[in-house]
Design a protein around this ligand. Structure first.
Ligand SMILES: Cc1cc2nc3c(=O)[nH]c(=O)nc-3n(C[C@H](O)[C@H](O)[C@H](O)COP(=O)(O)O)c2cc1C
Length: 272
């Protein structure tokens, strides 16, 4: 990877030291001649030194000032709006049958890629499955895997016997809920924090989806079979070499709109 450099406009720089203070690796020192990068190899390319500078004096080769969006004059989202936004996210299990324009899915994933990642490692990629035949095969494979677990009397799977029976009796897709898309987050299997990164990205995707007219739901049964390395399922997915599944969400246009915010268990928190 190319070595990084910072460039400081010394006319604008007030030596306030914010760039050094927010640097996660503590590798910027404010010296007499201005902020100095003292160990470029430890830079995680997060761009914070550029983003924090009130003067716009800092630039960084791996996260240039020109690529950052100036939000300094914008207010934060007010508390009530933010709470309503977060609480409005719902797991969607009824989807319109229509195919979703690819641009709408990409819009969601374009935002999802800004989720936090360990050491700013990022590295999450997405595989969006849209082929109805493949999606149907995935459901069938996951059901077969669940049935195998039930036969082997795996304790925690017992409670799912009922929904597997519903699938067998009625054909109702309890795995992917008839969604027209399955979004997989993939990561480099050598990255120990990669699975977490992918799941944070999918969480962002879930939160942003309604703003793009879409709804989503975690595909937990699919994930269980995939994480258990169920070979018939993995063979169907044909993942790129070295990539592992971090998680999966189904996605599509919701059939219905929720009218109310649901309640949950009361807060359980201790502050010491
Ligand atoms: C890791 C994870 C896996 C899940 N798997 C499934 C699933 O396989 N099928 C499903 O219908 N919902 C699944 N859900 C959705 C939960 O049932 C849902 O989040 C919960 O009931 C709360 O509802 P809400 O998301 O609308 O607040 C999953 C959620 C999570 C976080």
């Amino acid at each position: 990877m190319e070595r990084v450099k910072i460039k400081v406009d010394l006319e604008k720089c007030t030596r306030c030291g914010l760039c050094a203070e927010v640097c996660p690796s503590s590798i910027i020192q404010v010296r007499e001649q201005g902020p100095t990068l003292i160990w470029d190899k430890a830079c995680i390319r997060c761009g914070h030194c550029v983003a924090i500078c009130p003067q716009g004096a800092m630039d960084h080769t791996a996260n240039p000032l020109t690529g950052q969006v100036d939000v300094s004059q914008l207010p934060n989202v007010d508390a009530a709006t933010a709470e309503r936004f977060l609480r409005s996210r719902r797991s969607i299990r009824s989807y319109k049958a229509d195919a979703v324009p690819h641009r709408d899915i990409l819009k969601v994933l374009e935002v999802a890629r800004f989720a936090p990642s360990g050491g700013n490692s990022q590295g999450v990629s997405f595989l969006v499955l849209t082929d109805r035949v493949i999606l149907k095969k995935i459901t069938e494979n996951v059901i077969e895997w669940l049935e195998e677990q039930i036969r082997q009397e795996v304790v925690w799977v017992k409670s799912y016997a009922g929904i597997v029976k519903i699938y067998r009796d009625t054909g109702y897709d309890i795995v992917l809920r008839g969604a027209p898309n399955l979004v997989l987050a993939l990561y480099d299997s050598r990255n120990p924090i990669g699975r977490d990164n992918g799941r944070y990205a999918l969480t962002y995707a879930e939160l942003y989806a309604p703003s793009a007219g879409l709804g989503s739901c975690w595909a937990g049964f699919f994930e269980m079979a995939a994480f258990a390395n169920y070979q018939p399922l993995l063979a169907l997915l044909d993942l790129p070499a070295g990539q592992a599944i971090a998680g999966a969400i189904m996605m599509g246009v919701p059939k219905y709109r929720y009218q109310r915010l649901v309640d949950r268990n009361p807060l359980n928190a201790v502050i010491r």
